[in-house]
Ligand binder design. Structure first.
Ligand SMILES: C[S@@+](CC[C@H](N)C(=O)[O-])C[C@H]1O[C@@H](n2cnc3c(N)ncnc32)[C@H](O)[C@@H]1O
Length: 247
């Protein structure tokens, strides 16, 4: 027997179902959600027009598509790079500022199974949306703080293995981030613009970070048509990432 949340999938269309009650209106017709109670993953459910949707469990790969949005979230391609280049281990203490939609925090928490993600957001209405997303994803290892990280951080007593900044005051926060990191811990800073990225890079060098690298990850999709296959991009630029290590 299955439990919510589940994803209903038909081709490129997918719907998140959080409760097995009421009706879901799709462009293929109406689905009676109570019918989900007698189904299993991999079964199909029919709309009143006879169109079938596949029933799948809600997985981390669905976070990006189905989380409620507030501030612009980091895309999975960039999240993957942050996780891989900082060598995240699953028992880390991570600081994520600011939370925004909570996309990065959720993926970090998922891959940091035995550790904790402390995420700080200054706007309470954004923090509320992120909290709903963490609940949806059943993540128990996210500790949310509402406030300006520049002041909140003064109260931190523990050392972090990884600090990720995706917020306006990133350059200003770098010296504090250096103090908060344990030896060999990483700072990753994500920024959509080139000028602040350069300031982040130079400040990290000045603060004594080592192995500092700045880069952009570009995803090029392939379009497979009958006539042939060619590259295309939905989103070309997202953001620049600067990563450095405290030694
Ligand atoms: C681009 S969003 C972060 C998106 C997030 N990384 C995600 O993947 O969903 C930036 C967020 O940082 C918050 N913010 C900006 N300055 C901050 C500060 N000094 N302290 C805490 N949060 C801050 C903003 O309110 C905004 O929600």
């Amino acid at each position: 027997m299955i439990k919510p949340p589940v994803v209903l999938l038909k081709g490129k269309h997918s719907f998140l179902v959080e409760k097995f009650e009421g009706q879901l209106h799709t462009h293929h017709g109406i689905i009676n959600l109570e019918e989900l109670r007698n189904k299993n993953y991999g079964d199909e459910i029919e709309t009143h027009l006879g169109v079938r949707y596949k029933i799948l469990p809600f997985k981390p790969a669905d976070f990006f598509k189905h989380f409620k949005r507030s501030a612009t979230p980091i895309m999975p391609k960039d999240i993957g790079a942050i996780i891989a280049y900082t060598g995240l281990s699953p028992d880390s203490l991570i600081l994520d500022a600011g939370t925004g939609t909570g996309m990065l925090a959720a993926y970090l928490a998922y891959f940091n199974k035995y550790g904790e993600v402390v995420t700080v957001e200054k706007r309470p209405e954004f923090a509320k949306i992120a909290r709903e997303n963490f609940k949806l994803a059943k993540l128990k290892n996210v500790h949310q703080i509402i406030g300006d990280v520049r002041f909140v951080a003064e109260g931190f007593k523990k050392e972090f293995d990884l600090i990720v900044l995706d917020m306006k005051d990133d350059v200003e926060f770098i010296p504090t981030a250096k103090k908060l990191l344990r030896i060999s811990g990483y700072l990753a800073v994500y920024n959509p613009y080139i000028e602040p990225t350069r300031r982040v890079y130079e400040t990290m060098l000045k603060e004594g970070f080592r192995e500092v690298e700045s880069f952009e990850i570009i995803r090029i999709d392939l379009e497979h048509k009958r006539i042939g296959t060619r590259p295309f991009t939905r989103v070309w630029h997202t953001g620049f990432i600067v990563i450095g290590r405290k030694v």
